[in-house]
Structure formats: structure tokens, C-alpha cells
Design a protein around this ligand. Structure first.
Ligand code: MN
Length: 229
């Protein structure tokens, strides 16, 4: 048995609806600009740009409807409501036709973003981690298995802030559908069981303040509740 000089980190994991077992998380991939209306609000052109990937850290996940601590070094932290795709099989160069066989289930997440720091990174051509992959930057709901949710390809996705709708879209507006995401991503990285994909946000992103109550929903998938503190 391997012995370690320090205690190895406990793997990050997500709760599962109606089940005491948890889903262990290996990597967190995120799709950028996967809804045309969001691409436009970010100053892009959906006819000339394709979506792309970046990553968060597994231990950025915040579960159990826990409070989101407003992070330091930013005064412009934005909400982005997204669907989680959770993989239980991996591989490289997965064909689109076989991609959905790799999905264990789905969930609801927030891709919290230090927009001011991300903007600096864009301007200077630097990587996005300080804007995207900070502590607690990925509040996430419990997962629901494919056996209950199927493979949701349409249905409302929305976020309310203090009871007021801020983001409202439909899963059918995603530029890359789930099989395309998996096929494309598996050409860049060998995917593995436990990988998550956050599938991009509809339009309406905006800043949060301490004290805000965030309530997210995806039809057939679930709900996410989170207070900014
Ligand atoms: Mn996002």
C-alpha cells in the first residue's frame, strides 16, 4: 500500500438525489459561449465563433445549497446558471453517436465568475483561472441519474436573484448539444469516469451582492439554492 508524507486530499464529490452515495468528481470542464444570446451580451459574434472549453477545480464545487462566500480581489462577481453533465465512462475520440452512453446523470450548477479579473485576463491574453477557478466558484445541486432524467435536450433553464428572474433560456438553445460537447472534448483530453461538464450559460448574466438569494432551475433536472454571504 502506498504511504503518503501528507494526508491525501479527500476526492471532491456531488450528492445524488434519493441516495446516500456520492458521485466522485475527477475534473470539471466548462463550455464557454454555448448560447448565442450570451455570446452577444459578452460582445462576441455567434456566427463567427465556436464554443470553447476551460476548467475549474473539483474542489471549487460547493454542495448542499451551502452559502457562497463573496470572493476577494473582485468587485464584479457574476452568476452563470448551467447544466452539469456527469460522466461515468471515459475515453478519447468518442464519436457523437456513442457520447450519451458515457453520461451518468445531470445537475444544476453556477459558474460563478470574477468578471473584472476575467476581463483583465482577456485584455492581457492571460489564462482565466483567477476569474473562473477560485474557491467555491461552482455551487452545484445534487445529481439526478439518466434513469430518472433521461437526456434532457430541451426544457427551461433559469436563475432568479431575490425572486426576480435574471436568466431565462432553454436547453435547446445550446450551440453544442451534449453529444457534441463530449465528442469534441474527448478529442482534446482523455475523459474519465467522474468528469463533469458545465454546459454553458444562457443570457442575462450579471453581478451578485452579499445577501442575494440565488435560485436556479432546470426542467426535469432539479434546483439549486445558494445565498451570497
Ligand atoms: Mn459559464
Amino acid at each position: 500500500m502506498t504511504s503518503y508524507i501528507i494526508e491525501p486530499a479527500v476526492p471532491a464529490s456531488l450528492p445524488i438525489r434519493g441516495c446516500d452515495e456520492r458521485f466522485p468528481v475527477r475534473r470539471v470542464y466548462c463550455v464557454g459561449r454555448n448560447y448565442a444570446a450570451h455570446t452577444i451580451e459578452m460582445g462576441g459574434d455567434p456566427d463567427r465563433e465556436v464554443p470553447f472549453f476551460f476548467q475549474k477545480n473539483p474542489d471549487d464545487l460547493l454542495t448542499g445549497d451551502a452559502d457562497f462566500p463573496y470572493p476577494g480581489k473582485s468587485s464584479d462577481v457574476h452568476h452563470e446558471i448551467e447544466m452539469i453533465v456527469a460522466l461515468y465512462k471515459g475515453g478519447a475520440n468518442i464519436p457523437q453517436e456513442a457520447a450519451l452512453d458515457h453520461v451518468w446523470g445531470y445537475g444544476v450548477a453556477l459558474d460563478m465568475t470574477r468578471r473584472d479579473l476575467q476581463g483583465e485576463c482577456k485584455k492581457t491574453g492571460r489564462p482565466w483561472e483567477i476569474g473562473k477557478a477560485f474557491d467555491h466558484s461552482a455551487p452545484a445541486s445534487e445529481l439526478v441519474p439518466v434513469s430518472e432524467a433521461g437526456h434532457p435536450a430541451d426544457g427551461a433553464i433559469w436563475l432568479k436573484v431575490n425572486g426576480e428572474t435574471r436568466q431565462q433560456g432553454d436547453l435547446n438553445q445550446m450551440i453544442w448539444k451534449v453529444p457534441e460537447m463530449i465528442a469534441y472534448l474527448s478529442g482534446l483530453f482523455t475523459l474519465a469516469p467522474g468528469d463533469l461538464i458545465l454546459s454553458g450559460t444562457p443570457s442575462g448574466v450579471g453581478p451578485v451582492e452579499r445577501g442575494d438569494q440565488l435560485d436556479g432551475h432546470i426542467d426535469g433536472v432539479g434546483d439549486l439554492h445558494c445565498k451570497v454571504v
